[in-house]
Design a protein around this ligand. Structure first.
Ligand SMILES: *[C@@H]1O[C@H](CO)[C@@H](O)[C@H](O)[C@H]1NC(C)=O
Ligand SMILES: *[C@@H]1O[C@H](CO)[C@@H](O)[C@H](O)[C@H]1NC(C)=O
Ligand SMILES: *[C@@H]1O[C@H](CO)[C@@H](O)[C@H](O)[C@H]1NC(C)=O
Ligand SMILES: *[C@@H]1O[C@H](CO)[C@@H](O)[C@H](O)[C@H]1NC(C)=O
Ligand SMILES: *[C@@H]1O[C@H](CO)[C@@H](O)[C@H](O)[C@H]1NC(C)=O
Ligand SMILES: *[C@@H]1O[C@H](CO)[C@@H](O)[C@H](O)[C@H]1NC(C)=O
Ligand SMILES: *[C@@H]1O[C@H](CO)[C@@H](O)[C@H](O)[C@H]1NC(C)=O
Ligand SMILES: *[C@@H]1O[C@H](CO)[C@@H](O)[C@H](O)[C@H]1NC(C)=O
Ligand SMILES: *[C@@H]1O[C@H](CO)[C@@H](O)[C@H](O)[C@H]1NC(C)=O
Ligand SMILES: *[C@@H]1O[C@H](CO)[C@@H](O)[C@H](O)[C@H]1NC(C)=O
Length: 529
């Protein structure tokens, strides 16, 4: 009703200025203009058309500055009149039409409080005083920061291996946000949906979709894809070396979706004793079987078997008490022309019965290995260190050697062969024997310093410290060969070199030095573990 009245009234105004001097004019209406009036006397909107942008919640003022006296001004949005302002000699009369508390006036400007997304559109300020009416149009753009949620609210998507996953995100915002898909920081695709065809177990994981439209901060959400697949089982180590009476842990990694039933079996299919052995699983999918004290009959082959409804898989692990493959610790380049001392160490919980040594020269095309055995070693720890000096070698020649340790439970595996080279006779500027000896001593005492400082760090037993100190003294007083021999033998109980004292007495000074190096290695190993 109000609107009808208003329109009627507006119409009246038009007629009143359309027909100059018409009897409809009221006596105080000094502000009508007729078409004959010169242009420079008509009211004019000074404000230029503009695009405004605002974010939700903000307030905005759309300007409309009018030059020269005017009578009636209207703000409308599209075809809807928002308010009308009458100007009668500077006395303003405001008539609001649109019932919205957020709309207001500041002089001739339209104000909108608490912008909403739906406020976006074209707003027109119009003077009814002229014919045709003069106006200015502003465009209000409401810029809405993005939001994003997984399409259909599915945060987790589970599919079978080989099928197709269609991940979708539902984003809002103005302008319409662009969507980017990524996984582990790697961008996969720009676009609404992410399709993963022929899904594989490795496609498992979290997929992030990020919506951005340049307004505010980008929004993101993640969808977890679970590709159901049969278990894949991997042994952590295919052989675990132990000793009877010692602790041991077998472990396998099980990758399965859904989670698999995991069982440990003895070779042949008997399940392991669930009371004596501790089974654990951690969140890295590691399943372990712990032996607090290994019994003789525990040694042998085990199977880690995992089953889910998609299938099953297994991995074998051997629990053994044989020696580990040996590790070589002497330098590849020897410092003598016809001799070379090889130093190695090996782990065995029981005495090493013997070492089988095989070597050949590098130029021998027939791959002819010379083999022999040397006596084994006993040790108070599982670390054994040993050396052997090869004599009658050719100067400046390359050789390969392999050492295998054997204990009562069997032979260790062969490590890859070790290459060494004898000193070249032509190398005349090479340090003399005495100088070399000093060099090695310095190196050995450096190693000992390391051991002692580690011992001081509180990690090693007092006994090891004493041994290290004694060995250190023995090194310092190298001038007295008898002394060295005594020291070596006295520390031999801690980290074995030779169990035979007479054998030690027969050693050359050079060989003793190398054995001391072996001792150093043994000490450093035992303090290490
Ligand atoms: C009205 O507009 C004037 C000039 O644009 C401005 O200085 C003033 O703060 C505004 N008043 C309100 C209440 O917004
Ligand atoms: C996206 O969101 C809108 C509103 O939030 C909803 O109407 C629509 O169904 C959603 N679409 C999907 C695919 O989830
Ligand atoms: C995108 O994914 C949604 C839900 O995952 C689905 O409804 C829509 O049809 C998909 N759109 C396209 C183009 O694949
Ligand atoms: C979406 O991406 C296209 C192409 O990169 C770009 O031109 C456009 O401006 C982006 N839109 C938004 C809202 O960021
Ligand atoms: C385990 O897998 C084998 C083939 O790898 C299959 O023959 C056997 O039926 C499976 N067992 C179970 C219990 O799923
Ligand atoms: C794992 O155990 C299941 C059930 O005992 C058996 O059917 C399957 O053959 C085993 N799988 C392997 C690979 O040993
Ligand atoms: C073989 O020896 C090297 C050093 O000589 C060592 O690093 C490696 O661990 C050994 N291999 C095995 C299987 O013990
Ligand atoms: C090499 O070894 C032999 C036999 O042990 C020994 O007689 C000789 O002195 C050694 N040569 C050197 C340079 O150490
Ligand atoms: C290497 O071995 C072959 C055969 O055993 C022998 O004939 C040759 O002289 C050897 N060479 C060296 C440098 O020792
Ligand atoms: C080493 O030599 C120093 C001085 O010559 C002597 O005081 C010390 O007792 C000797 N140590 C040993 C272990 O022989």
């Amino acid at each position: 009703m109000l609107l009808m009245l208003l329109l009627f009234w507006l119409y009246g105004v038009r007629i009143s200025y359309g027909q100059a001097g018409s009897p409809w004019n009221t006596e105080d209406n000094d502000y009508y203009y007729d078409q004959l009036e010169p242009e420079n006397l008509l009211p004019k909107i000074v404000t230029k058309s503009q695009e405004f942008s605002a974010q939700p919640g903000e307030d905005i003022s759309l300007p409309c500055v009018v030059d020269r006296g005017w009578h009636s001004l209207v703000w409308r949005r599209g075809g809807n009149i928002l308010w009308v302002l009458q100007n009668s000699n500077g006395n303003f009369l405001l008539q609001t039409v649109e019932q919205d508390d957020r709309l207001g006036r500041n002089d001739t400007s339209l104000t909108i409080k608490g912008i909403e997304a739906t406020d976006e559109g074209t707003y027109t300020c119009e003077l009814s005083d002229t014919d045709p009416p003069r106006n200015v149009m502003h465009f209000l753009k409401v810029r809405v920061p993005p939001t994003v949620v997984p399409a259909n609210g599915r945060k987790v998507m589970t599919i079978k291996m080989g099928s197709t996953a269609n991940l979708g995100c539902n984003a809002t915002g103005n302008p319409k946000p662009n969507i980017t898909w990524s996984t582990e920081g790697r961008v996969l695709k720009v676009g609404k949906n992410l399709t993963i065809a022929n899904a594989k177990p490795e496609d498992n994981g979290k997929y992030r979709c990020t919506a951005s439209n340049g307004v505010g901060r980008p929004a993101s959400t993640t969808i977890t894809l679970e590709v159901m697949h049969p278990p894949v089982v991997r042994a952590q180590e295919t052989e675990v070396y132990t000793g009877v009476g010692h602790e041991a842990t077998l472990a396998c990694f099980v990758y399965a979706e859904p989670r698999a039933q995991v069982q440990w079996y003895r070779k042949g299919g008997t399940p392991v004793d669930p009371i004596r052995l501790i089974r654990t699983v951690n969140n890295h999918k590691r399943y372990s079987l712990q032996f607090v004290r290994v019994h003789l009959e525990d040694l042998g082959d085990y199977t880690c078997n995992a089953t889910n409804f998609m299938g099953n898989d297994s991995a074998s692990v051997r629990l053994s008490a044989r020696p580990k493959p040996v590790r070589y610790s002497s330098p590849h380049q020897g410092d003598m022309e016809s001799n070379y001392t090889l130093v190695w160490d090996v782990e065995s919980y029981v005495p090493v019965l013997s070492y089988e040594i095989a070597y050949r020269n590098d130029t021998d095309e027939e791959d002819h290995w010379i083999t022999f055995s040397v006596p084994g070693t006993t040790s108070s720890s599982k670390y054994h260190s040993m050396s052997h000096t090869f004599t009658d070698l050719e100067p400046g020649s390359a050789y390969h050697v392999r050492v295998v340790a054997r204990n009562e439970y069997g032979r260790g595996d062969v490590n890859e062969s070790f290459a060494f080279t004898t000193l070249d006779a032509a190398g005349t500027d090479y340090p003399t024997y005495v100088q070399t000896s000093v060099e090695v001593s310095a190196e050995a005492s450096n190693q000992l310093e390391d051991i002692v400082s580690e011992a001081e760090a509180g990690d090693v037993s007092q006994e090891t410290q004493k041994t290290a100190a004694a060995a250190s003294e023995a090194l310092v007083n190298q001038t007295n060969p008898e002394d060295i021999t005594r020291k070596e033998v006295s520390v031999a109980g801690q980290a074995v070199i030779h169990d035979d004292t007479s054998a030690a007495n027969e050693l050359s000074p050079k060989e003793r030095k190398m054995q001391l190096m072996a001792l150093v290695t043994a000490i450093s190993l035992s303090s290490f573990f």
